[in-house]
Design a protein around this ligand. Structure first.
Ligand code: COA
Length: 167
């Protein structure tokens, strides 16, 4: 079952019913600055995205204390790297409290156990240093510098790539 419990969070699949809370970050240009997807323009657009998730390994991060969905992340197999890629983003009101690292570590462990994942990768826009902190705290090692582009090709960023091998 896709449900992970950490000290302060429950990670579970997102549904269309989460749209209002998801839009708080998916529609925030500051959160979106270095993300590959275009910033959402309306809750309707967020609903549409949520309706496409199906059984993808995308998790909503819910605060145990209040039930609010404060962020989301994914752990996806990427053929090009033959590795599972970690990704995440968080409602800005909840930055600086360790939630992203807590959720990221939990998703990595989940993929290890449930997907038999052993090789992982992560990348961040080099300027986006707070994401680099999350990645390193999860135990990733620097691999190389490269670039990545937004899905719509509108921007290409200098990026830092990391890998991690678990036994
Ligand atoms: C990337 C992102 C998720 C990082 O968020 P974050 O709040 O910095 O990361 P965490 O939730 O792990 O919090 C870590 C910070 O909380 C602090 N913190 C406070 N209380 C804490 C606690 N109880 N436990 C752990 N850390 C705590 C840490 O010291 C750390 O602060 P520092 O970076 O100043 O050292 C966030 O900046 C974001 O959503 N950015 C936009 C989307 C994005 O760029 N995603 C990544 C694409 S590669």
């Amino acid at each position: 079952m896709k449900r992970i419990e950490t000290e302060r969070l429950i990670l579970r699949p997102l549904t269309v019913a989460d749209a209002e809370e998801v839009f708080l970050w998916a529609g925030d240009p500051v959160v979106n600055r270095y993300m590959p997807y275009p910033v959402h323009q309306s809750v309707e657009q967020t609903k549409q995205w949520l309706s496409t998730l199906g059984d993808k390994d995308e998790f909503g991060f819910c605060l145990k204390e209040t039930g609010q969905v404060i962020g989301s992340g994914s752990i996806k197999y990427v053929e090009e790297y033959d590795a599972y890629e970690l990704g995440y983003n968080l409602n800005r009101a909840f930055w600086g409290k360790g939630y992203a690292t807590e959720a990221a570590k939990a998703m990595l462990q989940w993929a290890y156990e449930q997907r038999n994942a052993r090789k992982f990768m992560a990348r961040h826009v080099t300027k986006n240093t707070s994401s680099g902190n999350v990645i390193r705290k999860c135990g990733f090692q620097f691999s190389h510098y490269g670039q990545y582009s937004r899905y719509d090709g509108s921007e290409t960023f200098d990026a830092t790539y990391y890998t991690m091998q678990m036994k």
